[in-house]
Ligand binder design. Structure first.
Ligand code: SF4
Length: 390
């Protein structure tokens, strides 16, 4: 098995792969974002740590440059990190096992590259990113992305980030290997039991690359219209962006509508406009609080001290004291049964299924409203069944 290891720093291009769904939809956003400082988050730091553990495990498996002692010493180092969680070991194992499943399935030995800098600047000006794992074998190129976040589920289907990585990997290795199709995979073990996979014939991927070239050029120059949408969520301008504000303040227009009852069509339009309203208001509040704390005046608003909370100075000492004073230990602790998802997490999927498959039932979820683009199929209920559903 040929293997290449290259640890790259995770620097970001102006038109990064991870923000591609944003700049493809709202081309001037990357240049607008330039005036904002990069505020790293704890989630991002946690993700970086999990990636480093994942990288170490892949490196150990595919290059074997270290014995068990060296590996254990490295893991001990990670364990000392303030953001380390035990579950990082389990989730990085899931990632490793998935990759092993692919590489062991080949008749001939595949090529594997880990943490590979991928240059897709032939399609996107100055575009590059880091591919977590690239595998090439039997005319198939795999681009695998490990995501440690659990806030937003990420699908590999029609995912511009994964397609850009695919293009970058093809540009890097296409002259060495006869690649006919590209499989893009997102492994997000904290959120999805199964990785999300999508396969594209190479010619379709290359055609998509040609399609986005002019859009990328526009984005690089900061041209085009500001287009608000779901992609605003991670934009640095999300609180102050005028196009986003106009989108929601335009809800006022509906006031002038006649007759007194709005139509179903208007209900659909208002809901569409209001979809990200809550997130926008939160972004505005976060911005106004940060600025108020800096001493800036946001007319009509101020920062105040929130409600405090009480906690034990030393819980063990407090409880020992209570027991000495004759308080029964039973009232100090609650015994709560684990929910099905939590128990499955504790036992692992395999053991959970073998022990409990006859003891767990799945009830249908409560109907919920979703945009027409949602992948789930539409449901209806008859008036009689409606009562049961409630
Ligand atoms: S907030 Fe939304 S509309 Fe405004 S620049 Fe960012 S992505 Fe574009």
């Amino acid at each position: 098995m040929s293997t290449e290891i290259k640890h790259t720093d995770r620097a970001h291009a102006l038109l990064s792969a991870s923000s591609a769904s944003r700049w493809l939809a709202c081309t001037p956003s990357p240049r607008l974002e330039e005036q904002f400082e990069d505020e790293g988050s704890e989630y991002a730091a946690e993700g970086t740590l999990a990636h480093e553990i994942a990288e170490l495990k892949l490196r150990k498996h595919y290059t074997e440059p270290m014995g068990p002692q060296k590996f254990a010493a490295q893991i001990r180092k990670f364990k000392k990190h303030e953001l380390f969680q035990d579950e990082m070991l389990k989730h990085t194992d899931t990632y490793l096992e998935y990759i092993q499943g692919i590489t062991h399935g080949f008749k001939t030995l595949p090529f594997v590259a880990i943490e590979k800098r991928l240059d897709f600047s032939a399609y996107v000006p100055e575009g590059f990113g880091t591919g977590d794992c690239i595998i090439i074998g039997e005319s198939k190129l795999y681009v695998i992305d490990f995501k440690y976040g659990k806030g937003v589920p990420v699908s590999a289907e029609d995912n511009p980030q994964m397609k850009l990585y695919g293009l970058g990997a093809y540009l890097e290795y296409g002259f060495l290997y006869d690649i006919k199709e590209v499989q893009m995979v997102v492994v997000q073990p904290r959120l999805n039991d199964e990785p999300s996979e999508a396969t594209l014939p190479l010619n379709e991927l290359l055609a998509w690359g040609e399609e986005i070239k002019p859009v990328a050029r526009k984005a690089f120059k900061g041209e085009g219209d500001y287009v608000p949408g779901e992609h605003c969520k991670f934009c640095k301008a999300k609180a102050q962006c005028r196009a986003r504000a106009d989108q929601y303040t335009a809800l006022e227009d509906f006031k002038s509508m006649k007759p007194p009852l709005i139509s179903d069509e208007e209900v659909g339009q208002i809901l569409e406009k209001a979809q990200n309203l809550e997130a926008w208001v939160k972004a505005l509040k976060d911005y106004a609080l940060t600025e108020s704390l800096k001493g800036k005046e946001i007319p009509g608003w101020k920062a105040v001290e929130g409600r405090g909370s009480r906690s034990y100075v030393d819980q063990d000492k407090a409880f020992d004291h209570l027991k000495e004073k004759g308080i029964d230990e039973a009232i100090l602790f609650e015994r709560v049964p684990l929910t099905v998802p939590k128990l499955e997490k504790e036992l692992g999927k395999k053991e959970f299924t073998s022990l409990l498959k006859d003891h767990v039932k799945k009830s249908p979820g409560k109907p919920t409203l979703a945009p027409i683009s949602d992948k789930r199929k539409a449901v209806t209920v008859s008036p009689e069944a409606g009562e049961d559903f409630k």
